[in-house]
Design a binder for this molecule. Structure first.
Ligand code: CP
Ligand code: NVA
Length: 309
């Protein structure tokens, strides 16, 4: 794969800053094209994509399938019962079989090691559609949304409030190559992976803070970002987490502390009344729906990049 010019998209910091900014620039162009109603740009014509989902999804599934289709390709959805990677069949076998039929593989999995193995054995590009460790396509869409609303990502203050989860890891990996101010406010014991934090801080690219006081965190924020307290695979911990995460709900009061310029973002799905209030999601400065739409546009640009078209 390395010699063919084809690439995987597994972590944002596998790429240079210039490449990431180029992909985002391309996303804007293709978005404008698609929004204009233009349907003659078909770079994926004759190409097929296998989409493996070990977990549920709305945005990832529909945005990848629709985006690939709008640009001429055909996507095949494989749900949790279809492949059962590692259970019905070994990952390295899945990788090689699907590579025989498809030009690209997108996968949403539990263990991060599984996507690394999939990419290792696949002879076509593999795109990470979320693992327990990270969610790079989401954070690319988020960066695109911030650029559209604020003008640029560089120099902005992005404050994530909640669990130090896969979303936070992707923010940290982005902060390792593009300079901005990233703050994660989480309860003690729910910090993001220490090694990832350390490595991101050691790059010296961005100001990165992991703190435990949401009010202190959000002061002067350009973006306040929230995600569920119990991720997919942790749902049995939901009740316990609701207790531990008291005080980490993004509500009207916290948005007031952030200030009038602060946008609210959430990768969705959201549990209204838990990690965020209904009022904050519905407020005029909430950009969660443009953010969700941008999944498709960012991913179209990612697919063009990994396929070298
Ligand atoms: N944000 C996101 O990845 O949503 P889905 O789980 O619906 O794909
Ligand atoms: N952290 C969440 C993100 C969902 C898009 C999860 O992994 O379930």
């Amino acid at each position: 794969k390395a010699n063919s010019g084809l690439k995987d998209f597994l972590h944002i910091n596998d790429f240079e800053k210039a490449t990431i900014l180029n992909i985002l620039e391309r996303a804007k162009e293709i978005k404008a094209l698609i929004k204009s109603g233009e349907r003659t740009y078909l770079p994926f014509k004759g190409k097929t994509m296998a989409m493996i989902f070990a977990k549920p999804s709305m945005r990832t599934r529909v945005s990848f399938e629709t985006g690939f289709n709008l640009l001429g390709g055909h996507a095949v959805y494989l749900g949790p019962d279809d492949i059962q990677m590692g259970k019905r069949e070994e990952t390295r076998d899945v990788a090689r079989v699907l590579s025989g039929y498809n030009d690209v593989i997108m996968a949403r999995l539990f263990a991060h090691q599984d996507i690394l193995d999939l990419a290792k054995y696949a002879t076509v590009p593999v795109i990470n559609g979320l693992t327990d460790y990270n969610h790079p396509c989401q954070i690319m869409a988020d960066a695109l949304t911030i650029i559209e609303h604020i003008g640029q990502l560089e120099g902005t203050k992005v404050v994530y409030v909640g669990d130090g989860n896969n979303i936070v890891h992707s923010w940290l990996l982005l902060a390792s190559i593009v300079p901005f101010h990233f703050v994660c406010a989480c309860p003690k014991g729910f910090e993001p992976d220490q090694e990832t934090v350390k490595k991101a801080q050691q790059t010296g690219v961005s100001k990165i803070e992991i703190i435990h006081d949401p009010k202190e965190a959000v002061r002067g924020a350009d973006v306040v970002y929230s995600d569920v307290w119990a991720s997919m695979g942790q749902k049995e911990e939901a009740a316990y987490r609701r207790q531990v995460f008291q005080g980490f709900q993004v509500d009207e009061e916290l948005m007031k502390v952030a200030g009038p310029k602060a946008y609210f973002m959430h990768c969705l799905p959201a549990e209204r009344g838990v990690e965020v209030t209904d009022g904050v999601i519905e407020a005029p400065n909430s950009i969660v729906f443009p953010q969700a739409e941008n999944r498709m546009h960012a991913q179209n640009a990612i697919m063009l990049h990994v396929l070298g078209v």
